[in-house]
Every structure is written in structure tokens, then in C-alpha cells.
Ligand binder design. Structure first.
Ligand SMILES: [Zn+2]
Ligand SMILES: [Zn+2]
Length: 147
């Protein structure tokens, strides 16, 4: 993370502003391909002096100058994390993975499976059984009529 920050002494405390350049690494939310991108995040946060009367309400989250230092980490973390996409993708039209075998559909756009979805083949089995038992019932009643 590269920081380009300016610290200004203002009446209530220290105003920190600038840019954090971060390199983000992760994986595509669809195809799990590793991805990496750069992002510049604008930072602006006022650290109040511990003894200053704050202008904000009690329930507002406030950063404070601790001794003669400011804790940048939570500020940077909040700024960077909220700027990240919820589900990063390697590219906008990423096709993701085949739900059957996990193949990367980006590499093989024509990829498909001839086999029936197992849920459908289970249904096919059900209708087959139903037809058979219908036939069985029918032949039984036929026999009954004959006798
Ligand atoms: Zn992807
Ligand atoms: Zn597949």
C-alpha cells in the first residue's frame, strides 16, 4: 500500500487527507481465477484532539489523536474495504465455471454436457415407474373383467 497523505493541523485536531494506492489480490467471484488490480482510494479523516469538544453527536464514530500519534490503520481499512467490489470478477462477461464439472467456460465457450441432469433422470425414472404400475393395474383389471 502506497500512501500519499497530508496532515493538517486544524482547530479541532488533525485532518488527514490524501490517497492510498493499494494492490488488491483475490480471485474472480465466478471462475475463481486469481485476479489482481490497483486501486486508488481517497482518504479524508479528521482526528480529534482527545481534549477537544467534539462537534459531532455522541453516537458518531470519531477518531482521536492518541498522545501525539494518529492510528491510521482503521481509517485505511474502512476506506479500502468499502471501496472494494462485493463480488470481484476477472472481466465483466466472465462466464464462470460449468456447474457440472467445474470447467472454465471462458476457455471453452461451447462446453456443454449431453448427459441429463441427475435431477431430471430421477424424474424420468419416476414417470417410467408410474407408467409401469399403470400398465400393471390395467392388466390386473383386465384379468378381473375376464374372470
Ligand atoms: Zn472470472
Ligand atoms: Zn462441464
Amino acid at each position: 500500500m502506497d500512501l500519499d497523505l497530508r496532515f493538517e493541523s486544524v482547530h479541532e485536531g488533525i485532518l488527514v487527507s490524501g490517497t492510498a494506492s493499494v494492490e488488491v489480490t483475490g480471485e474472480c467471484g465466478r471462475c475463481l481465477e486469481p485476479l489482481r488490480f490497483e486501486r486508488d482510494v481517497d482518504i479524508q479523516e479528521l482526528f480529534f484532539y482527545s481534549d477537544s469538544e467534539s462537534l459531532l453527536g455522541e453516537d458518531e464514530e470519531q477518531y482521536r489523536v492518541e498522545g501525539d500519534a494518529v492510528a491510521l490503520e482503521p481509517v485505511l481499512r474502512d476506506a479500502v474495504v468499502t471501496s472494494l467490489p462485493f463480488q470481484p470478477v476477472c472481466r465483466e462477461d466472465c462466464k464462470g465455471l460449468c456447474s457440472e464439472c467445474g470447467a472454465r467456460l471462458n476457455d471453452d465457450p461451447d462446453h456443454h454436457h449431453e448427459v441429463l441432469d441427475p435431477r431430471w433422470s430421477a424424474l424420468a425414472g419416476l414417470t417410467g415407474t408410474a407408467a409401469e404400475s399403470d400398465a400393471a393395474t390395467k392388466s390386473e383389471s383386465d384379468e378381473r373383467e375376464e374372470s
